[in-house]
Design a protein around this ligand. Structure first.
Ligand code: HEC
Length: 320
């Protein structure tokens, strides 16, 4: 039984390796332009304008305590961080967010070998049983985590959700078991998701850009409190760099924005050491000065349908 499971895990790892090689992931040592990562998780014939200009909104119950705000910011970044998953999934950049956009569902998600149609993935066998699933290819629709949860008991008094998350990360994605601090923040974020608190269930164009800026703001706020352990601070800084990179990837034609974002990200570059309060405050200050200007460049960003059309023609011509 253990053996079959091992093979199953290997299949996912092998698949991801194949994609990594094809995608030729580069180290971000220079400010090279990479297409938004969301394009990697979509079918070649996806409607790029829809994919890039419209995403589900993040629907959260209101958070009051500042302590909780920090944990939610950490949980959100864990949800969006490839470093959570380890192994090939992480090298390839796979995240919870790739399938469950903002905690809802990515209706465009498509990876050959995992998906049958857009918005489906075959992972049920790992997700819900410690028994093994079968070798049958049976992708299921990716569920929203903001509406009624069907397959796991969210009752905070029960360990079910934590067990699911541990299994998902360590078994399915062959990641390390996250530290208790990161895991509990991730779980707090999942519990906070609730679409009955959302008036808009989708974000488009300029609102989507504003959201991406807001979550970076909140991550800086959490980092600056300096209340997490050093390992968590490092994790959060790395996840923030990835998020700055995602924003960078939305400005293919605007070098001034990209170089500023790159410079902020470089200020957080740990080069194998622990992130320091000096680095954080320097980066936070750069961000505070620069971020209010970003919305001005919305028209040039590939959140804007016209800019997407223009960029998309070139992108599709270059894709294999
Ligand atoms: C490759 C796409 C993919 C990734 C990556 C992924 N999930 Fe899922 N997730 C799914 C699918 C598909 C299901 C539904 C499985 C089923 O129907 O049996 C699901 C189900 C769930 C559920 C149960 C929802 C319900 O209504 O019962 C939770 C909770 C969940 N995922 C959390 C996560 C978290 C946290 C991560 C990151 C650590 C993650 N998922 C990563 C695709 C994914």
């Amino acid at each position: 039984m253990g053996m079959i499971k091992y093979i199953h895990v290997l299949t996912l790892a092998a698949l991801l390796t194949a994609i990594t090689i094809a995608g030729c992931a580069k180290r971000a040592s220079q400010n090279t332009f990479n297409p938004p990562d969301i394009t990697r998780w979509a079918a070649p014939d996806v409607n790029l304008t829809q994919l890039l200009s419209t995403e589900p909104n993040e629907c959260l119950k209101p958070v009051i305590q500042s302590n909780d705000l920090q944990n939610i910011a950490l949980g959100r970044m864990a949800f969006r961080s490839p470093f959570l998953l380890g192994g090939q999934a992480s090298r390839r950049g796979l995240t919870c967010q790739a399938c469950h956009s903002q905690g809802a569902r990515n209706e465009h998600f498509f990876v050959i070998g995992l998906s049958k149609t857009a918005g489906t993935a075959d992972i049920s066998s790992f997700h819900f049983s410690s028994e093994l699933g079968d070798e049958v290819f049976n992708p299921t629709p990716i569920p929203s985590l903001s509406d009624d949860i069907r397959n796991v008991d969210y009752d905070p008094a029960k360990p079910d959700l934590e067990n699911l998350i541990t299994q998902l990360i360590t078994k399915e994605f062959t990641g390390e078991n996250p530290s208790p601090e990161i895991k509990s923040a991730l779980i707090q974020y999942l519990r906070q998701l609730d679409d009955s608190y959302c008036s808009n269930t989708v974000l488009t164009g300029a609102d989507l850009l504003a959201y991406k800026i807001k979550i970076i703001d909140q991550t800086f706020e959490a980092l600056e409190q300096n209340s997490f352990t050093p390992a968590t601070q490092n994790f959060l800084a790395a996840a923030l760099r990835a998020e700055l990179g995602r924003l960078n990837s939305r400005f293919p034609k605007t070098d001034s924005v990209r170089s500023e974002l790159f410079s902020i990200s470089q200020s957080l570059n740990m080069r194998g050491e622990d992130i320091t309060p000096t680095q954080i405050s320097r980066a936070a200050q750069q961000w505070a000065v620069f971020s209010p200007n970003i919305a001005r460049y919305y028209d040039q960003s590939i959140f804007h349908p016209v800019a997407i059309e223009r960029w998309g023609r070139q992108f599709k011509a270059q894709s294999p």
